[in-house]
Design a binder for this molecule. Structure first.
Ligand SMILES: [Zn+2]
Ligand SMILES: [Zn+2]
Length: 250
């Protein structure tokens, strides 16, 4: 069983139908959560997953819409009497800020707190976070307002590759990460420093040679047909706008 689910698809401001962008990757060996802006516990419960089944948590960068619910997630895991270690991946900058955030909650004093394995990602080159016979996840730094990584997820047995850019402006590492992928999950907050427009998303998808473009982390107040039309100016493959609960591999 391998599944990739978009749990949240919104940009920094969530709405009635969309939580902040976060993803769930499931295999028979692992449950990987990517980012943690909105509290993910309810959505995980709806997906039939106990929070303590989460083996790996990847935080792409330290912005509130990607990390703000981490203290509550860790506290809930602790309250549910988790004992297994949690692998927590991030760049140096991200992990240092996470430690400071957790210190505010005095987490060192939580009695019987489960172990957290902090795993540092390179801020200059590729890092292999996970590599087993079902799943390989690689990170590469991307270009945002704070240090950030994009992720390439290879579902080996299924011969399916998905790339999640997280927040970034167009950069060479997106092309490297997404080269030949089945799907590019491209942030599309709009043309601005550290972000990408729908037009640029289409250009990136075309340059990387992906089969499908899914725009995520977009401004939901904009007309959807305009975002799709802008991306289609350069990219002739399938284009969609991410929605919560979209399943890409099942
Ligand atoms: Zn964001
Ligand atoms: Zn951000």
């Amino acid at each position: 069983m391998e599944r990739l689910t978009i749990l949240g698809s919104a940009y920094a401001i969530p709405n009635l139908n969309q939580d902040n962008s976060h993803l769930l990757v499931e295999t028979s060996k692992r449950v990987v959560l990517i980012d943690c802006g909105n509290h993910p516990v309810v959505k995980l419960a709806k997906a039939g997953i106990s929070i303590n089944a989460v083996t790996d948590l990847i935080i792409t960068h330290f912005h509130a819409d990607h990390v703000a619910s981490l203290p509550l997630l860790l506290m809930d895991m602790w309250l549910e009497k988790r004992t297994a270690p949690l692998n927590l991946y991030g760049l140096d900058f991200t992990l240092e800020h996470i430690r400071r955030l957790m210190d505010v909650f005095d987490w060192q004093k939580w009695e019987g707190m489960f172990p957290i394995e902090f795993i540092r990602l390179s801020d200059s080159s590729e890092t292999t976070l996970i590599s087993d016979d079902q799943l390989k996840i690689l990170s590469m730094p991307v270009k945002h307002l704070v240090p950030n990584v994009g992720l390439r997820m290879e579902f080996t047995a299924r011969r399916y590759t998905a790339v999640y850019t997280s927040d970034t402006e167009p950069c060479d590492n997106i092309i490297r990460l997404a080269h030949g992928a089945d799907v590019l999950l491209q942030e599309t907050s709009g043309r601005a420093k550290g972000h990408t427009s729908a037009t640029q998303a289409g250009e990136l998808a075309a340059e990387a040679g992906v089969k499908r473009l899914i725009m995520i982390h977009y401004d939901s107040t904009l007309p959807e047909d305009r975002l799709l039309a802008d991306a289609a100016k350069s990219f002739s493959g399938r284009i969609d706008l991410a929605k919560d609960w979209m399943v890409l591999l099942d």
